[in-house]
Every structure is written in structure tokens, then in C-alpha cells.
Design a protein around this ligand. Sequence first.
Ligand code: SF4
Length: 298
Amino acid sequence: MATLAERLPENAPGLFYVDRSCIDCDTCRRVAPEVFAEGEGHSFVASQPETPEGRRRALMALVACPTASIGTASRTDATPGVRAYPERIEENVSFCGFTAESSFGAWSYFIERPAGGSEERRFANVLVDSPRAAGPLLRALEERGGVATLFLTHRDDVADHETFRKEFGCERVLHSRDVTAGTRGVEIQPQGDEPLRLADDLLMIPTPGHTRGHAVLLYKEKFLFTGDHLAWSERRKQLVGFRDACWFSWEEQIRSMERLLDHRFEWVLPGHGTTFHAASPEAMHAELQRCVAWMKRR
Ligand code: SF4
């Protein structure tokens, strides 16, 4: 819970504030960029919201913050922020909000997939990486048909995976090379570097680099859920891999990035960094080529 006594001095005067517990995960700046800005190792309220929509976005950031570092100077009903999640991005793909501190505020996504035959039902609704298992989010997911599959891109963003398993009986997927003591019980542990078709419209693509067992998920050849492998950088105005946060092998990560050139998609939906939507698969391909060339120079 944010505390007024710990309020950062940079905050603009008014209702919303960020306190010293902020871990600089970037979530609030992505959710409400008109309100929150980047400081030295933290975020702060640069401008108080002046419209109902601005206030709703600020409340959404408050709810999504992994460390409860955003507060209000007077008692405020956060319901509009809570009810906003899962927030639709496009078609049946949503952002879950409610990020987890153990995942350093990584973003999780929810795909509402219609159930088909028995095999399809196994991979109906999909959660990509684990959000915080907050009660309002669990209820919202339940109302949308629950979670059949929890796809974990890599070992860092598993957060409350066990709670989701208990709540929904979902099957978890995590590459065997990223399984640790805490994820030993994951139901599906693919091996190797070949793409694995989980369903007609779902392709798991191993992308070692950030970690040994990192993998991305391609949905409908349109949405690529990239975990910590690939993201848009607002500062560089291009797609990037995070060299400073590459825990396994930068060379492997470049090779994994090159292999993504074989696939068509329009959206990059990362755990950290900014979401990117290209005008077409061809435009995305060109951006990805630019990213690979940039990575090789690093
Ligand atoms: S969401 Fe919370 S922890 Fe993350 S940058 Fe904003 S205030 Fe800090």
C-alpha cells in the first residue's frame, strides 16, 4: 500500500502520487503515459489527470502496479480501474493488468479462444505469463470462461502460476530448459528448438537467449507474445532485444531473432518494453530485420 509519508517529491501536486517503493517497472507509464513519467530509477506523477478518462487510466495504473506504489491523497474508489481488466487490445486478445512484483511488473495477456472439439478445448482460453492472482482478476477470467492453458514464456515470469492452476485446472506450458524447483509440476515441458504446434492457431517457438528455455507464442499468425525476447523501444523507435537483461547468451538471442523472420505476425506483445503493431506482416518483417542488424552491432 502506497504511503503519503513516502511520497516522492517530484510528484505533481494533487490526488495521485508515487511513493519510494516504486521499482521502476514502467507499467504505469505504459498504462497512463499522460500522467506518469520516468524519473531517476522510479516513476512519478508528472501531470494530474484532468478528465474522467485520464482519471480512469491513472486508476488502471494504480491497480496494475506490482508494488502498490501508486496512491491517492484522499480516499478514492478504484473500481473503475479494477473493472477495466482484462483490457482488450485487439480482437480477443487482452492485457491482464494486475502485474506481479516477482515478475518485475511483466505484462500478462489473455486470449479468449472459442472451444472446439476435444483437442481444441484443451487449448481454449490462454493466459500468457502469470499476472498477480488478485481476486477481481480471477473472477473476471472466470466470467470469460476461465483459463485452459497458461503459457509461460520463461522462468522469470511465472509469478502465481500455481494459483492459476488450482483455480482453473489449466495446463501450464514451459520449456523444459527453464523449469526450476518452483515449476517442476508444470504439465507440458517441451524440449528442443523446433517450433511446436499447440493447436491450429497456436505455435510455440523456442527463442533461447534471454534464458536457455525462453519461448514465444504465436497466435493466428498475427499476435506474437514475446516475453523478454523482443519489444518495441520508444527511445530508439525500433524493435529491440534487451542486452543488459540477457541472462543466457546474446549470440543465441540473435539467432533466435533471425529464426523469427520465418514467421508472419503483426503484433509484438512483450512482458517488458512497449507493445508494437505493424501495418502489415511485411512491415513487421522489415522492422525485425532492422532489429537483427542492430543486435549484431551491439
Ligand atoms: S507501476 Fe508501480 S512500480 Fe512500476 S513504475 Fe509505476 S509506480 Fe513504479
